[in-house]
Write a protein that binds this ligand. Structure first.
Ligand SMILES: [Fe+2]
Length: 269
């Protein structure tokens, strides 16, 4: 089956970078991971499908890595156009429903999804958000991570964006363990994560995961030093400090988001 399966890492141009999606197309149909933004469906996804000769009617399943709009925003438009089922981790259901979209399947860690002769494993990797998952295409070892891992940061935020540092570190360790078992052979991210462009080949995976871990520890040490000198800490101020010291871009595409990472470190103390 694998030789008949095509993998397309789709990068929807968005602001200063892109939102990534993965289309896995086999002889019996296809599975899409993430849908980017609402306008991405007609403006980008459909032309891409045509370019690859993939018929929208062959789309069987959509898996969202998490509920954030830049990854799940295209769900509703896609549902209008085809009969695919939509799946998300159960912790993301409320977020989708708040945006007016009801998913068909709610997933747990370790869930196995089989569709169109393709097989995917859901690996719960919270930290960026409570519902973040990685999607592993079992036969190829291709792992789509969405926003679960951010290296030194994305150009959108400027730094790595997460709301639970401890969970983020545990998620890094979880993926490392799977890599050591030989089950992961390529990582694809939802955005470019410095110093990588979003596509991490097998030989670079240990370095990528180590950078993710080191980044959290670096922010954590900076937060401790900040707290030692600021009896009334302010997350926005710590966020600006993190950006200044560790930022991967001088002008983030979505300024202000760094305060969420800062708040997470303050709350962890
Ligand atoms: Fe996100």
């Amino acid at each position: 089956m694998m030789q008949d399966t095509a993998f397309h890492y789709l990068r929807y141009p968005w602001g200063v970078s892109f939102t990534g999606m993965l289309l896995v197309a086999g002889p019996a149909g296809g599975v899409l991971v993430d849908t980017a933004l609402p306008e991405a469906v007609d403006g980008f996804l459909l032309p891409q499908f045509r370019h690859f000769g993939f018929s929208l009617s062959a789309l069987r399943l959509v898996i969202n890595t998490h509920h954030h709009e830049d990854h799940a925003g295209g769900n509703a438009r896609l549902r209008e156009l085809c009969g695919a089922k939509f799946a998300i981790h159960r912790a993301g259901a409320a977020g989708l429903e708040a945006a007016g979209f009801r998913p068909d399947l709610l997933l747990r860690d370790g869930a196995l999804l089989e569709s169109a002769g393709l097989r995917f494993e859901i690996i719960h990797t919270p930290g960026h958000s409570p519902d973040s998952v990685c999607v592993l295409e079992s036969a190829s070892g291709m792992l789509f991570t969405g926003d679960a891992f951010q290296g030194c940061g994305t150009v959108y935020t400027g730094i790595a964006l997460y709301i639970d540092p401890e969970a983020y570190l545990q998620s890094v360790a979880k993926i490392e363990a799977l890599f050591r078992q030989g089950r992961i052979r390529r990582i694809l991210c939802g955005h470019a994560c410095a110093p990588f462009d979003g596509d991490v080949p097998e030989e670079e995976i240990p370095a990528f995961l180590e950078i993710c871990r080191e980044t959290v520890l670096r922010y954590s040490r900076a937060a401790e030093a900040y707290l030692a000198n600021h009896p009334r800490p302010d997350a926005a101020e710590l966020g600006r400090q993190l950006l200044k010291r560790f930022g991967v871009t001088a002008a983030p595409g979505l300024p202000g988001l760094e305060k969420h990472t800062a708040q997470a470190h303050l709350a962890a103390r």
